[in-house]
Design a protein around this ligand. Structure first.
Ligand code: ADP
Ligand code: MG
Length: 241
C-alpha cells in the first residue's frame, strides 16, 4: 500500500526526517510512537504532500505510484486520507457541506451523522468552537465520508474524553474494516498515538519508534508500548531490535 525509501525532510531548513524507511502492506495497521518533536506529524504531513515539508531526498510510493512530487489533492484522490493532530477551523463552511464534498455524493451527511450521534453539528461551521472530542469526531467522520484506501491518523485520541473515546475507536475500527476477517481487509492505517488506547479498537499489526529522524525500533505494538513505559524512549532507541 505505502512504501517509503530513504526519506529526508526539512521544515524551514531544519532537518527533521533523516533517511526514514517504512512499508505498510494492504490490510495492515501500523502504529508510530515517538517523543514530542521527533517528527511524527512531519512524516504524515509529508506523506500527504503539504508544501511546507520539503523532501530533500527519497521516495514515497502509494499503491504502485511514485507520489513524492504529487500535489496533495491528487494524493487524496488516489485514496490517502489524513486526520490532523490539530484540525483547522473553516469559517463559512458547514460540517454537512464538507461531509458532502468528502463523500462526493456516495453517502448523505445526515446518514453518516446519525450513525455516530453527530447530527447536531451538521449545521455548524467546520470545527468552529468544537471541543477536543468533537473535533476528532468531526475529522474522522470526514474520513469515513472520503472512504480512503489508507488513513493517516495523527493522535486521534488526544484531548478526547472517555465517552467520546469509544466513538472515536469505533469510527477508526470502521475505517480500517476491523469487522472483516483479516484476509478480507484491504485498507491500511498508520496511526500516531501516545496512549495506545486506540490499539484496543484496531488490533494493530506492527509498531515503530521514531527517533533521530528515522525508525529506530520496531515490534509488536503492545510489547513496544510496554517497553516505552518501562524504559523510556531513550533506552528503547538504543536497543535497535
Ligand atoms: P511530533 O509530531 O513528533 O511531535 P513534529 O513533526 O510536529 O513532531 O515536529 C518535528 C520538529 O520540527 C519539532 O522540533 C518541531 O518544533 C519542528 N517544526 C515543526 N514545524 C516547524 C516549523 N514550521 N518551523 C520550524 N520547525 C518546525
Ligand atoms: Mg505531532
Amino acid at each position: 500500500m505505502l512504501t517509503i525509501d530513504d526519506l529526508w525532510v526539512n521544515i524551514d531548513d531544519k532537518e527533521v526526517l533523516k533517511g526514514l524507511n517504512l512499508a505498510v502492506p494492504a490490510g495492515e495497521t501500523h502504529i508510530l510512537f515517538g517523543r514530542n518533536g521527533s517528527g511524527k506529524s512531519t512524516l504524515l504531513m509529508t506523506i500527504m504532500g503539504f508544501e511546507r515539508y520539503q523532501v530533500k531526498q527519497g521516495r514515497i510510493t502509494f499503491r504502485g505510484q511514485d507520489i513524492t512530487q504529487m500535489p496533495t489533492f491528487e494524493r487524496a484522490r488516489l485514496g490517502l486520507g489524513l486526520s490532523f493532530q490539530r484540525p483547522p477551523t473553516i469559517r463559512g463552511v458547514k460540517t454537512a457541506d464538507i461531509l458532502r464534498v468528502c463523500s462526493r455524493g456516495a453517502i448523505a451527511p445526515e446518514v453518516l451523522a446519525a450513525a455516530y450521534n453527530f447530527t447536531a453539528f451538521l449545521d455548524r461551521e467546520v470545527n468552529y468552537g468544537f471541543s477536543g472530542g468533537e473535533l476528532k469526531r468531526s475529522e474522522l467522520l470526514q474520513l469515513l465520508a472520503q472512504n480512503p484506501h489508507m488513513v493517516l491518523l495523527d493522535e486521534p485520541e488526544s484531548g478526547v474524553d472517555l465517552e467520546n473515546l469509544q466513538v472515536v475507536g469505533e469510527i477508526i475500527a470502521k475505517l480500517l474494516q476491523k469487522e472483516r476477517r483479516r484476509q478480507h481487509r484491504d485498507k491500511s492505517g498508520l496511526i500516531i498515538t501516545h496512549t495506545g488506547f486506540i490499539m484496543d479498537y484496531v488490533n494493530a499489526d506492527r509498531a515503530y519508534i521514531l527517533g533521530d529522524g528515522r525508525l529506530c525500533c520496531q515490534g509488536n505494538p503492545r510489547e513496544l508500548l510496554q517497553d516505552i513505559k518501562n524504559f523510556g524512549y531513550e533506552e528503547c532507541a538504543k536497543c535497535r531490535r
